[in-house]
Design a protein around this ligand. Structure first.
Ligand code: FAD
Length: 535
């Protein structure tokens, strides 16, 4: 159909259904929002995810399904390797269940289905900010509120405004190898034989190279290797360590396919024995991919007419594999701001200021990597670990806005009583009723002075919301899985943990502890009934 014939009025128009766009569409509570992407859930690069991607509790409900996707592979940390050192950054213990390696197309497809997000398969062709109209190959949209640009590296709005600025020419080429064999002992032998200094950060403690003592598997790590000042590689396992994504990123010009294969075969870490795949283009894993000059930023991150989110605003992650986490969290933050009374000049200006701060931190972080400082200097390593690998550089806004989200009852929809949990098959209403029965809080009565606000199913357990006057909401998990590594208390087979959703430690004072005591006693008395809640 001719685009001039079809017209549509919307409040918000989301351009692009990558991680940022999908997340934004889901969290934005507005029926007059349309999301466009000519090719939703198509192949994309970026398969390593830091735990902060799943910072928001609603993101966590996706995890059990994501871990069942064929391309999933465990991620327990990031390992940086240079010519003279190996630095391993394990995922902090509280994040171990939330970090992973997975194929981006599978992940996005899962999110679209799980959240039931309808994407219009249209490509934005032209934007007129004076008339607030956006033209696609199918339709002309008139946007009443804001254009939300999530178009990633295409930077549709910035490009239209001629406001795309190149940060530093950077080039990437990558492909996939079959992993024929994976033998951790070869990694440890390489570390010792090559004389590289080995550091394992948590960040406070360091241990000597010793596979048994450490007990971590190199193939459960994203590996980033500095090959020269201007060249580094990534090695990311997929499909339960059977497929390896190997890429080169250069600040020194384009990389040919021949160079890629040559460098990959000579420098991949020796615990992997690799085999080339047929290069017949039959799947995205059977070809070489190239992305050149991708580190760009937009001049103005937002105005009253548009908001640029994630890569549509700036590529702020050429090294640390945090772009996906950043995209998700920035989208949640924008949704919370818009849900809370819409976009205002003051929100717009603080969004722009926040962006500049984050952007400067990113630039500083890249310098630490390219100078090699993060492999040799503990304070540089700590900064990178805290700010990027653990996500503090971008979680503050989310923590702040998450409280707004709760206040605005957005989570009521999350607790839609009819919504069936993917993890247990229990609807939220069923889970809440069963827990309320077990705890005797199904009327107005409280437990240790805390009122109960319902439960949702999470992998291998339940997540419960509690409220007490003067304290932020306390979210407690009761999980049965033996894999739960972090817990506050263990009661028989059940671990009790609490989630830290705030900017800083949860104020777990005597009132909070009293709730844990009461829960512990209640679970202890009725252990069988709690175990029966297991999926
Ligand atoms: C080489 C490389 C390796 C990376 N590795 C990692 C990694 O391991 N881990 C990690 O977390 N991050 C990684 N990143 C960064 C990560 O990929 C991005 O930060 C992330 O994808 C940004 O998400 P997004 O939603 O902003 O954009 P995207 O995921 O790029 O999504 C943008 C969407 O917009 C759509 N679109 C584009 N133009 C239009 C148009 N005109 N009309 C409508 N729709 C349009 C596209 O089809 C696409 O679906 C890597 C990036 C690169 C370049």
């Amino acid at each position: 159909m001719n685009s001039e014939n079809k017209q549509m009025h919307v409040d918000y128009l989301i351009i692009g259904a990558g991680l940022a766009g999908i997340t934004l569409k889901h969290f934005l509570k507005n029926d007059r929002t349309v999301i466009l992407d000519p090719d939703p859930a198509a192949y994309k690069v970026g398969e390593s995810f830091i735990p902060e991607t799943f910072h928001h509790p609603e993101m966590q409900t996706l995890l059990s399904g994501i871990k069942r996707l064929p391309s999933f592979s465990v991620k327990m940390g990031t390992t940086f390797v240079s010519h003279n050192s190996v630095a391993s950054f394990p995922v902090p213990i509280e994040g171990q269940e939330f970090s992973l390696h997975v194929g981006r197309a599978e992940l996005e497809n899962y999110m679209l289905k799980y959240w039931n997000i309808p994407v219009k398969k249209e490509r934005v062709r032209e934007i007129n900010l004076d008339t607030m109209t956006v033209q696609t190959n199918e339709c002309t949209y008139t946007v009443e509120k804001q254009i939300l640009d999530c178009s990633g590296a295409s930077m549709v709005v910035a490009r239209e405004l001629d406001q795309k600025i190149e940060v530093q020419p950077t080039y990437a080429t990558w492909t996939y190898f079959d992993v024929v064999e994976n033998d951790s002992s070869k990694f440890w032998k390489f570390v010792q034989d090559s004389g590289r200094q080995y550091k394992r950060y948590t960040v406070k403690r360091r241990v000597l190279p010793n596979a048994e003592e450490d007990g971590w598997e190199p193939a459960h790590s994203t590996i980033l290797m500095q090959l020269s000042d201007a060249l580094w590689s990534w090695q990311i396992p997929l499909y339960n360590k059977k497929l390896l994504s190997f890429g080169l990123v250069s600040r020194d010009g384009k990389i040919s396919a021949d160079t890629l294969f040559d460098v990959a075969e000579k420098t991949h870490l020796p615990h992997y024995t690799l085999a080339r795949r047929t290069q017949d283009n039959s799947t995205p894993y059977n070809r070489v991919h190239t992305r050149n000059r991708f580190t760009n930023r937009a001049q103005t991150p937002a105005t009253m007419k548009y908001i640029l989110i994630a890569d549509a605003c700036a590529f702020s992650d050429p090294v640390y594999s945090v772009g996906g986490g950043l995209a998700v969290n920035k989208a949640i933050e924008v949704a919370a701001l818009l849900n809370d009374g819409g976009w205002t000049p003051s929100k717009c200006s603080s969004w722009c200021d926040d962006f500049e701060r984050l952007y400067q931190r990113s630039l500083d972080a890249f310098k630490l990597w390219y100078s090699g400082a993060m492999l040799t200097d503990d304070s540089a390593a700590q900064e990178i670990n805290d700010n990027f690998l653990s996500g503090s550089a971008f979680q503050v806004g989310v923590a702040t806005h998450y409280s707004d989200v709760i206040e605005n009852s957005t989570l009521q929809e999350f607790l839609d009583p009819n919504r069936q949990s993917d993890a247990t098959g229990l609807s939220h209403a069923e889970a809440s009723a069963q827990v309320a029965d077990l705890l005797g809080v199904n009327d107005d009565s409280t437990l240790a002075g805390w009122s109960y606000h319902g439960s949702i199913a999470i992998p291998d357990g339940l997540q419960h919301r509690w409220q007490m006057d003067g304290l932020p909401e306390l979210i407690i998990n009761t999980q049965i899985s033996a894999d739960v590594t972090q817990y506050y208390r263990r009661v028989g087979d059940i671990t009790l943990s609490f989630m830290n959703l705030w900017d800083g430690p949860y104020p777990l004072d005597a009132r909070g502890r009293a709730l844990f005591d009461a829960l512990e006693a209640a679970i202890d008395e009725q252990m069988d009934a709690w175990l029966a809640l297991k999926p």
